[in-house]
Design a protein around this ligand. Structure first.
Ligand SMILES: Nc1nc2c(c(=O)[nH]1)N[C@H]1C(S)=C(S)[C@@H](COP(=O)(O)OP(=O)(O)OC[C@H]3O[C@@H](n4cnc5c(=O)[nH]c(N)nc54)[C@H](O)[C@@H]3O)O[C@H]1N2
Ligand SMILES: Nc1nc2c(c(=O)[nH]1)N[C@H]1C(S)=C(S)[C@@H](COP(=O)(O)OP(=O)(O)OC[C@H]3O[C@@H](n4cnc5c(=O)[nH]c(N)nc54)[C@H](O)[C@@H]3O)O[C@H]1N2
Ligand SMILES: [Mo]
Length: 772
């Protein structure tokens, strides 16, 4: 990575001056609040810091753009924010600006040489900008002219399927609804989204197993559970507000099982900065049992536990919920047959977990009356992710742990409105009933052919089948796999359009023509025709509620996502189009009325979303033990065991988030909880592997991934110059940060059925870096 000296870059920054200390053994605490305040003050200044942080997740405030974890129902705490929520707010509410003068100073070639961290730190975009063919700088452009360019490019296509419309999960329900309506009016279902890289495996597995691709629990359920298993998730960094709910559950007597290759600080111990004992004391332990599993071993773990539960039931009875299974489930006999035959030696080989711990965990599951499983990317981003999640659900079905208080499935979502975007129709494979409702409401004819997901979109751009790429938020170039291929694919496009709040890598990987359209974020005040507009979002537990921004927008040129979509749609589709685009843009209540007519469960949307805590969307398995699956019952998933063996001389690499980033937005260069300071190019390796490879801590290595190529040979991809950090990770399993490692993941390395890039199991070897 070529860092160059630049006045804006931290003066003391040296990419090889990374300092490594012992990882921490607890999360949050007073330090977290200090870090949060410092972040706020440096980027927002004191007034905006107070104004914004006091409004996060309050009833009259805005939904935190950090994560999708729900707010506590009823009285929210005065400061319902966390360190990383505060950082997310500070990133958006920053006073730094990326102006037309900035673009005049920096050519695209110059910006393309900057690290993502530098791009992230430049501030909010203030004006619509265009890069015309042959130009080396973005220049300002008027909104109408920008829309005209997009309309001309879209009209020049042979058919609408030559355009793709990406969405990242921060987009509000209202913006998402009008966006998909525009895209379908245009005539395509090419609506790839970040979910394709995120919880798609959860949605796929849950839809097959229980008929609804969403979590079945509420915060109240978690508080009342007696056993919570958390697999493949690092809540201390990525969902910090979950820790206070876990603390509550624990004080009610719940036990927690953590399943993770790494000993993550937030899963070990939590000090709630909003409580006296959290400030002064040593905090509360979180995990009662820490299952330090091998990467990709979860399916085997769940299957092995299934066998132990069946055998325990043989001995004592009362463990298998036969009544629930007889009434509500399909496929139990087959599951039982397969599971009794699971070889426990194989389970130990796949998981690295010994028989004793396996028995202990099985006993905890057997004793529990109210079990919840939580998971995130550690389960979803694997080749066998869908089967793994199915296997987790099997355990819950076996014990009747779904559709009753204190029990169920809890896929913990990422982006703050990624779940809502799906509910609003951001999906390349929309169900017929949704399209039919849309057509009926608006008198349009939506296309029925399924569209492209994220990975398919990259292939289509690479092969010239998609020529116009538009993104509603996100950072497509950095977040997707196979960076070199993706960037070349974007450059193949005739037009790339990014609706963004902040500068990022995707802006400097332009199509022949490129547009940057600056939009309001969650924290910004949104006034249309003199009336303050509100938007709505859905959290990870299907609660829909309002979000009201209150800060002064970065410039008077910045428009809301809703306005941008509606104005664009009107330009592209013409004044006679049956959708009332202008009315939608001027009064978001009218969008919500349309949502009420189209989206199941959203009846009376305007009224119900204005209730103090919003409203809960229906979820038949949760509400009534009804399972709208193909069989009409909850389905046991029966698949052969799959796991991720480590080839000799190689490592299996997982790519994850540091404590100082929001996906591709890099807040800073520390990962405090893991003891890394001042840099991101590190690879965590077990000391035994370091020794076996003849390396030493502090050596610099290249990471080289190896995958079977098209014609039987081995394809190699290289990410250069990482510092070797000895770490408590299973032998054969390494970890490094995303997005620096995305160049290592080939485009076709995706999960079965969900097509999610396999970001958590990349086979690599280490090679001493030149000069290392
Ligand atoms: N501050 C902050 N908050 C965020 C984000 C952010 O970047 N920063 N991103 C948001 C988004 S979009 C998302 S999706 C979520 C992501 O939330 P997480 O899923 O917590 O994110 P990752 O950093 O990818 O962490 C994956 C975890 O899974 C573990 N893991 C890896 N492989 C395996 C495996 O095979 N089995 C098991 N059992 N565990 C494994 C890793 O050690 C790590 O603890 O967070 C959201 N919230
Ligand atoms: N190797 C590897 N790759 C991964 C992952 C991994 O764990 N490992 N995780 C995957 C996951 S879970 C996800 S969700 C994706 C994330 O993929 P994306 O959602 O595409 O990426 P982000 O980094 O969240 O996008 C950040 C950009 O969004 C824009 N933005 C922020 N807020 C707003 C807003 O309110 N409106 C608009 N219009 N723009 C806004 C800003 O310009 C910012 O630069 O990455 C995936 N990629
Ligand atoms: Mo995500």
């Amino acid at each position: 990575m070529a860092f160059r000296s630049d006045a804006d870059y931290p003066a003391d920054y040296d990419e090889h001056a990374i300092r490594v200390t012992e990882p921490e053994n607890h999360a949050a605490g007073v330090k977290a609040v200090m870090v949060a305040m410092k972040h706020g003050l440096t980027s927002m200044g004191p007034v905006r810091t107070a104004e914004s942080l006091l409004k996060v997740n309050q009833r009259d405030g805005f939904d935190c753009p950090g994560c999708a974890w729900p707010e506590p129902p009823g009285g929210r705490k005065i400061a319902e924010f966390c360190e990383n929520g505060a950082k997310a707010v500070a990133e958006e509410a920053t006073k730094r600006r990326v102006t037309p003068e900035f673009f005049a100073r920096h050519s695209v070639a110059d910006l393309a040489n900057r690290p993502e961290y530098w791009l992230s730190q430049q501030g909010r975009l203030t004006h619509p900008m265009v890069l015309r063919p042959g130009d080396d700088h973005y220049r300002p452009i008027g909104w109408d002219e920008a829309y005209r360019i997009i309309a001309d490019e879209l009209h020049a296509l042979d058919n609408p399927n030559q355009a793709a419309f990406y969405t990242s999960g921060r987009t509000s329900n209202e913006a998402a609804f009008v966006y998909q309506l525009f895209v379908r009016s245009l005539g395509t279902n090419n609506l790839p989204d970040c979910s394709n890289m995120c919880h798609e495996s959860s949605g796929t597995a849950l839809t097959e197993a229980i008929g609804v691709g969403k979590g079945s629990v509420t915060v109240a359920d978690i508080v009342n559970a007696d056993l919570i298993l958390i697999a493949g998730q690092n809540p201390g960094t990525n969902h910090p507000r979950m820790l206070s709910v876990l603390e509550q559950a624990k004080s009610n007597g719940a036990k927690v099982i953590a399943v993770n290759p790494l000993r993550e600080a937030g899963l070990i111990r939590f000090k709630d900065p909003q409580k006296v004992h959290g400030v002064l004391g040593s905090g509360v332990p979180i995990a009662d049992e820490y299952v330090q599993i091998r990467i990709g071993g979860d399916m085997a773990l769940f299957a092995g536990l299934g066998r132990l539960l069946l055998e325990a039931d043989d001995r004592t009875g009362g463990i298998v919920d036969r009544e629930f299974i007889a009434t509500h489930c399909h496929g139990f006999d087959e599951y039982e047959k397969r599971t009794r035959a699971i070889d426990l030696e194989t389970v130990t080989e796949a998981t690295g977990i010994g028989r004793e711990q396996l028995e202990r965990v099985a006993a905890m599951l057997a004793a529990s009356e109210r079990t919840i499983f939580c998971w995130a990317m550690g389960l979803t981003q694997h080749r066998h992710a869908v089967a793994t999640i199915g296997e987790a659900v099997n355990l819950l079905l076996l014990r009747g742990m779904i559709g009753k208080p204190g029990a169920g499935v809890c896929p913990v979502r990422g982006h703050s409105n990624v779940q809502g975007d799906r509910t609003m129709g951001i999906w390349e494979k929309p169900p017929e009933r949704f399209l039919a409702a849309l057509d009926r409401r608006f008198g349009i004819t939506s296309p029925r052919e399924h569209g492209l997901d994220t990975v398919e979109t990259i292939r289509a751009m690479r092969d010239g089948r998609v020529k116009v790429f538009m993104a509603m938020g996100g950072n497509f170039a950095s977040a997707t796999p196979d960076t070199a291929v993706t960037e070349a694919a974007l450059r193949e496009c005739s037009l790339t359009v990014h609706v963004s709040t902040k500068l990022n890598r995707s802006h400097v990987v332009p199509g022949r023509t490129a547009l940057i359209l600056p939009s309001l974020g969650r924290t910004d005040r949104d006034i249309r025709n003199g009336v303050k507009q509100v938007v709505s979002v859905e959290d990870s537990m299907s609660m829909v509620h309002l979000s009201r921004g209150s800060l002064t927008p970065p410039s008077d040129q910045v428009r809301s996502e809703v306005a941008i979509v509606c104005e664009l749609a009107r330009t592209v589709l013409g004044p006679d189009h049956p959708v009332p685009w202008e009315r939608f843009a001027d009064d978001y209540d009218t969008i919500r009325d349309a949502i009420a007519d189209v989206v199941p469960g959203c009846e009376n949307y305007n009224e119900r979303v204005r209730q103090p805590d919003g409203f809960l969307l229906p979820h038949p398995p949760r509400d009534a033990r009804e399972f709208p699956t193909r069989t009409g019952k909850a389905n046991f998933t029966v698949e052969p065991l799959q796991w991720v063996p480590v080839p000799p001389g190689r490592l299996v690499l997982q790519t994850l988030r540091s404590h100082d980033q929001y996906n591709t937005t890099i807040y800073g260069l520390d990962d405090r909880y893991r003891g890394v300071h001042g840099g991101r190019r590190v690879v965590f390796v077990n000391p035994r592997d370091i020794e076996a490879f003849g390396l030493r801590a502090g050596d610099r290595v290249d990471l080289i991934s190896e995958f079977p190529g098209a014609d039987g040979d081995v394809e190699e991809r290289r990410a250069k110059d990482f510092l070797v950090v000895p770490y408590d990770t299973p032998v054969g399993n390494a970890a490094a940060y995303y997005p620096e490692t995305n160049p290592l993941v080939p485009l076709n390395h995706t999960a079965k059925k969900s097509n999610t890039p396999v970001s958590k199991a990349v086979v690599i070897r280490l090679e001493r870096a030149w000069g290392g």
